[in-house]
Design a protein around this ligand. Structure first.
Ligand code: ZN
Length: 262
């Protein structure tokens, strides 16, 4: 059974012990992630990000890579946003994808690694940084690491209240929108509720967090097969996991930018 970092940590936290085990979103999701990240930047990183992105800043530009998908400016960037897998893979195979990028299912890991390397080398431009801010968040969207066979949940039809939609869109957008917060309200709520977990999220490796997301995706598919079709039940079942992923994505983006601009 998948072990979720937050459930483990919450139990440890409530029990007063800290010896815990090591451990693509829509527009609003990316803004929430960018806001959490920006709030957690070092002074130096914040200055560098502000300088590179100008007056509008990180939150404004967080969705730009989605907006230019159909433009010719980065013609190959469409598949930079996801890395789909077959279901039921062993952990070692999934973790290996971070090092030896899979030949099919998207190019998220490869693209992100090369863009990060460009920034770490002191090169790149504002576009490079906008991509890193965006793609770093996509890594933690369960449906951006979904099944190859159904095009990352895009072929899984479902009803959200009375609206026909797809599993992919539910996780990109509907679940977040169901809570009715603005992006600033949502970011602040997450920081209030999950701020205690920040140091544990910082201590995780990318591979551990990747596996955690892959296991979450598997659980979402398992639930889908038995779901009674009631949207309220769906929201009640997955809201917490969705919020955890957003918060983790924000903290990891901050960590990444703090490392790049140290
Ligand atoms: Zn994206």
């Amino acid at each position: 059974m998948r072990q979720r970092v937050f459930s483990i940590l919450l139990i440890a936290f409530l029990a007063g012990t800290y010896s815990v085990p090591a451990f693509g979103w829509g527009q609003k999701g990316h803004r929430i992630i960018a806001k959490v990240a920006y709030d957690n930047l070092s002074r130096k990183a914040r200055k560098a990000v502000d300088k590179a992105l100008g007056e509008k800043g990180a939150i404004y530009w967080a969705n730009w890579p989605d907006e230019i998908k159909s433009d010719t400016i980065y013609p190959d960037s469409y598949d930079w946003h996801f890395q789909d897998f077959e279901g039921g893979l062993p952990d070692s195979t999934v973790a290996d994808a971070l090092i030896h990028y899979p030949a099919e299912g998207g190019n998220l890991f490869r693209a992100l690694d090369s863009l990060i390397a460009v920034l770490k080398a002191g090169k790149g431009d504002m576009h490079t940084l906008r991509f890193v801010i965006h793609l770093s968040g996509d890594r933690y969207c369960p449906m951006h690491m979904a099944h190859l066979s159904d095009k990352g949940g895009n072929a899984v039809k479902m009803k959200w209240f009375r609206e026909e939609t797809r599993l992919h869109t539910v996780w990109d957008t509907h679940l977040i929108e169901s809570q009715g917060y603005s992006y600033t309200e949502y970011a602040e709520k997450l920081e209030l509720e999950y701020g205690w977990a920040k140091k544990y999220i910082d201590a995780q490796t990318d591979a551990e967090l990747l596996l955690d997301t892959y296991h979450l995706t598997s659980d979402i598919y398992t639930y889908q097969a038995t779901w009674d079709g009631n949207t309220y039940h769906y929201i009640y079942r997955w809201r917490t996991e969705m919020e955890e992923q957003l918060y983790i994505a924000g903290i990891r983006l901050a960590k990444l930018l703090n490392e790049i601009y140290k």
